[in-house]
Design a binder for this molecule. Structure first.
Ligand SMILES: [Zn+2]
Ligand SMILES: [Zn+2]
Length: 280
């Protein structure tokens, strides 16, 4: 059953390939780190610095404290390292022929090429929901998932602020399907970008979707920043990542979600006029 693991270990033992493995680890470290830093920093700068006053009425809970921000960045570095190690493991599996990442989009048919991205997102959503539920069992919460929940009012940097074991669980989301199906290289890259965008957006702290979005028959099926923010505030409920359906099917969506979304998207209050202005 674990023949592939043995093959990978043999592959890793080869000095030339070991050098390649290390090179992929370093390259992935730079690539993952750069991508995460740009996305999280851009959203933080935009929402928490440049538009902070303008979006104050859209704040879901409280602005994160500086100590939270620093802790989130420190844990995120660990996650980037774990993701880089996993990328190198994918390379080892590629070399040993146990996974296939192909170049030509038509190699396994264009239908598979185009269908693989939405299928990966649906898989990502189900995998995240159920692994998240597992992380909320008492044993794993105390030892692993508590790290992520130290951010009661997260910043975009909370996206990767998790215990290294949780980083590993999160990172397996692309390796597991690769063990079953071939994926195009562009699809793998696009999924990586979608994954980081989704994670950072969920922790924005400020609701950016328009009023009525969460109650819409179609858009309401997408998880909003408010949805995940309530998970951080209350620790229980709203476990989903992409879509609201798992929480609704399993009865784990928070009862106050729509109310809180409405509050976060209420029109900006009119500026209070001073006494002199009002009587003039
Ligand atoms: Zn979170
Ligand atoms: Zn949680």
């Amino acid at each position: 059953m674990f023949d592939w693991l043995q093959d990978v270990l043999v592959t890793l033992g080869h000095p030339g390939l070991w050098r390649l493995y290390r090179r992929v680890f370093v390259a992935s470290l730079v690539d993952e780190g750069w991508r995460y830093a740009v996305f999280a920093l851009a959203l933080w700068l935009l929402l928490h610095v440049l538009l902070k006053r303008r979006l104050a009425h859209r704040l879901i809970g409280h602005w994160p404290r500086r100590a939270d921000l620093l802790r989130e960045i420190a844990y995120s570095l660990g996650t980037v390292a774990v993701f880089a190690a996993l990328a190198a493991a994918v390379l080892a599996l590629l070399v040993s022929g146990h996974v296939e990442i192909y170049d030509d989009p038509g190699k396994h048919g264009l239908t598979w090429f185009f269908l693989s991205i939405p299928l990966l997102v649906i898989w990502h959503d189900a995998y995240s929901y159920w692994s998240h539920r597992l992380l909320h069992t008492r044993w794993l919460m105390r030892r692993v998932h508590f790290v992520h929940h130290r951010s009661r009012h997260p910043s975009p940097f909370a996206a990767y602020a998790v215990h290294p074991v949780e980083s590993l669980v999160v990172g397996l989301v692309i390796l597991l399907p690769l063990l079953v199906v071939p994926l195009n290289g562009y699809v793998v890259v696009a999924f990586g970008i979608l994954e980081v965008t989704r994670a950072v957006y969920s922790h924005a702290g400020v609701e950016t979707m328009p009023r009525g979005f969460a109650r819409h028959w179609l858009w309401g099926r997408f998880v909003t920043t408010t949805h995940h923010h309530l998970h951080h505030e209350a620790v229980r409920g709203n476990y989903a990542l992409w879509f609201t359906w798992w929480d609704r099917w399993c009865g784990t969506e928070r009862a106050d979600y729509l109310e809180r979304f409405d509050a976060a998207t209420a029109p900006r209050p009119a500026p209070i006029e001073d006494g002199a202005g009002a009587t003039a």
